[in-house]
Design a binder for this molecule. Structure first.
Ligand SMILES: CC(C)(COP(=O)(O)OP(=O)(O)OC[C@H]1O[C@@H](n2cnc3c(N)ncnc32)[C@H](O)[C@@H]1OP(=O)(O)O)[C@@H](O)C(=O)NCCC(=O)NCCS
Length: 186
């Protein structure tokens, strides 16, 4: 089967991205309870349209046009959270010389899990951040995302408990990596 193609997401992809996020969260986030997942889908896991407007959000598209994965990076301060998660948003611009670029909102379709798509997105994001002058990257990783990021050299820095609208709390791990050289891309 031909590999999915990487391209920049546009606002025309938003409905498909929403569907992909819901399938990914319900199908792959076994580390959280159903209550945590559903409350998070209404807040922290909504799409971040600022990333699309900035041209820093990617999708991996199958040959038949279906979305298999999405994810991005940012030169803004927001560490995690979509449009509907106001508590975590800070659109201020980062300083590439002193700050870490943010790796943002990775979601893989359950039928495409463990086939290297998360890795492809991460490499594309690190490369774009490097080209923009950043030498460190960080993210607020879900418990499901931690093994992927550890595999690629990120280390745990702190645990964050995200308050969800229905009263649940979502543990998330702040993780960081120094980019020693220009990241390779598959
Ligand atoms: C986390 C996620 C993005 C990983 O995507 P993926 O395409 O399956 O990751 P890859 O195939 O590139 O994995 C690369 C390596 O990371 C590690 N890894 C990834 N997912 C793993 C898992 N669930 N358990 C253990 N190791 C894992 C493995 O070392 C893997 O290599 P291997 O498959 O050869 O053993 C995906 O599971 C997902 O979308 N989860 C739900 C949404 C979510 O929580 N996203 C993270 C937001 S921070």
């Amino acid at each position: 089967m031909r590999e999915p193609t990487l391209r920049m997401a546009t606002s025309a992809d938003l409905d498909a991205i929403r569907c992909l996020i819901a399938m990914s969260v319900r199908g792959l986030q076994h580390e959280y309870s159903e209550g945590q997942r559903e409350q998070a889908l209404a807040s922290v896991f909504t799409p971040d349209t600022q990333l699309i407007a900035d041209g820093t959000y990617y999708i991996l598209e199958a040959p038949d046009g279906a979305l298999t994965a999405c994810g991005g990076w940012s030169w803004r301060r927001t560490l995690y959270g979509g449009d509907h998660h106001h508590a975590s948003r800070d659109d201020a611009r980062l300083n590439a010389e002193t700050d870490a670029a943010k790796i943002r909102a990775f979601f893989v379709h359950p039928q495409w899990g463990r086939r290297g798509l998360g890795t492809r997105l991460l490499q594309a994001c690190e490369r774009a951040a490097w080209d923009a002058g950043f030498r460190r990257c960080e993210m607020g990783a879900t418990l499901s995302g931690v093994p992927l990021y550890e595999r690629h050299g990120y280390r745990r820095v702190a645990e964050i408990l995200v308050d969800l609208p229905g009263g649940e709390r979502l543990p998330v791990v702040r993780m960081e990596k120094v980019l020693a050289r220009a990241p390779a891309m598959r």
